[in-house]
Design a protein around this ligand. Structure first.
Ligand SMILES: [Zn+2]
Length: 244
């Protein structure tokens, strides 16, 4: 359920991440932490406003409780588990709260993710400003003027690749900004990179070389971000656990 493998990540939100994090902390199940913490970091308010997407139900969403250290978090966890109180009375239903160390880790990770996402989506990356089909070696030498080879192959017809036209920034704006993609994945760049890869670049007139270049870059960025999350969350290599 809380697989640390990137391949198992999807946009589907797994509920009860806060409780699972507390459980992992108190029971020493470190392997699940990365996925659990990513679930929290991609939720508005780290999931504390609607209890990790479980619908809320009017529960107390305050962070300012007594979970200021691990001891507090553990105490709250047992409250949340809510078995009878030993005297046959009604269930105790207290709320698991994030420990301060976890809040700090989530904040740190979100700063990194936000910066990464803005740098990726805010404008056309320098590497994407020239078409590989305009260079003699198909490489990434940007010295060739964009229109030097008007006969370069395109995906659909004889029109030049969008990269070589003044329409490049407009195409980026339409596919990344106006589509809502940038905003939708603002807290979830790891899935955002996949959404960027899946966007209809070929349909916007980009040649196969330009589409493939983007996909390679974003796949690499996606994998790197997932790898770095272990560091940003303050997890050890062992806790990271995915071995990838
Ligand atoms: Zn191109």
């Amino acid at each position: 359920m809380w697989s640390p493998r990137l391949a198992d990540l999807s946009t589907v939100c797994i509920p009860h991440a806060t409780e699972s994090l507390a459980l992992a902390r108190c029971c020493g199940i470190s392997r699940v932490k990365k996925r659990v913490m990513y679930e929290l970091v991609r939720l508005p308010g780290y999931g504390q406003n609607d209890r990790d997407g479980d619908g809320g139900g009017g529960v107390d969403a305050s962070w300012e409780g007594d979970a200021d250290d691990e001891e507090g978090g553990e105490r709250d966890l047992f409250g949340e588990m809510g078995t009878t109180n030993g005297r046959g009375k009604r269930k105790v239903r207290r709320h698991v709260k994030l420990a301060n160390a976890d809040k700090d880790a989530l904040t740190r990770a979100r700063e990194h993710l936000t910066s990464l996402w803005i740098m990726t989506t805010g404008y056309v990356a320098k590497d994407f400003m020239y078409c590989p089909n305009t260079t003699s070696d198909g490489g990434n030498d940007a010295t060739t003027p964009p229109d030097a080879n008007p006969a370069n192959p395109t995906s659909q017809n004889d029109a030049p690749c969008t990269t070589t036209t003044p329409g490049l920034p407009l195409a980026h704006m339409r596919l990344v900004h106006e589509s809502g993609l940038m905003e939708e994945y603002a807290f979830d760049p790891v899935c955002g990179f996949q959404a960027l890869m899946d966007a209809p670049w070929a349909g916007a007139g980009f040649c196969k070389g330009c589409v493939d270049r983007r996909k390679r870059a974003w796949q690499g960025a996606r994998e790197k971000a997932w790898e770095n999350l272990g560091i940003w969350f303050g997890l050890s290599t062992v806790e990271d656990g995915d071995g990838e």
